[in-house]
Design a binder for this molecule. Sequence first.
Ligand SMILES: Nc1ncnc2c1ncn2[C@@H]1O[C@H](COP(=O)(O)OP(=O)(O)OP(=O)(O)O)[C@@H](O)[C@H]1O
Ligand SMILES: [Mg+2]
Length: 282
Amino acid sequence: MSVAIETQNLTFHYLKGTRLQKTAVNNVSVKFNKYEIIAIIGHTGSGKSSFIQHLNGLLKPSSGKVFVNGEDIWKNRTNVRNVRFKVGVVFQQPEYQLFEDTIYKDIAFGPSNMGISDEEVKNRVEEAVKFVGLNRKILNESPFDVSGGEKRKAVIAGVVAMDPDVLILDELTAGLDPFSRDDIFSRVINYHKIRKNTVIFTSHNMDEVASFAEKVLVLNKGEVAMFDKTSEVFSRAEELKSMSLSVPEVTVIFSRLKKMGHKNLPDCVLDIEGAVKTLCSR
Ligand SMILES: Nc1ncnc2c1ncn2[C@@H]1O[C@H](COP(=O)(O)OP(=O)(O)OP(=O)(O)O)[C@@H](O)[C@H]1O
Ligand SMILES: [Mg+2]
């Protein structure tokens, strides 16, 4: 399987060389394969956002390397500029990513900087708007006048319009109601299936992680605590608990049933669908 992104001994200190120096990412070496959906979890302050900002060159490592499609992104200036088009990031609190006077201009901002024709930019914006399910009526409105869910969709549309190989979503659904959460996530997954891109997301919602991620990277105090298939990670509930992380409720229920002596249960049930399958096959 080919590798989309690799980090080698990636370390990053904020306020380096001062009394307030803080190591946010510590010696992280991981490989994310093409077409995978990967979740990054960790207690607040564990370094998820800092790590992510290295993957498109927004932060420069204090030491260590980042490779995108096998190329060291800091090899030269052109590389690091181009990587922003290959790796698209929807940052935590995406409302800060909107700065134009209309939603349309915000969505068009990324592709306009790619050196493509105005016509192509327009087509890309149209496609991206359809993908995220934004009402076209709000395209001429100011980003300050639309709802939180619409703002997030607008930022995703702006990133999708650049057609990146890797789509990174930092706390995409935090603060949204369950309906908007499911809506946005199912659109991202749908896009992933069609575009066959790599998706990396961070979340504090373990049900979301269990339902959508194929692999989970667990960060603890900036270090890799686990990096494995989702079912493997969630079968280590006690270790996760020691890092102030939980597992999906349905996983807890099934591991209790197993402990109570119920036979032929899998080691880890991740979601309701898995629970129904397990119960129906008995
Ligand atoms: N701009 C900054 N200057 C100094 N320290 C920072 C800065 N941004 C983050 N930190 C520190 O770096 C560490 C990692 O922060 P980061 O935001 O990457 O964590 P996180 O896992 O994304 O947290 P959350 O779940 O709350 O989003 C924390 O200790 C944080 O206080
Ligand atoms: Mg964060």
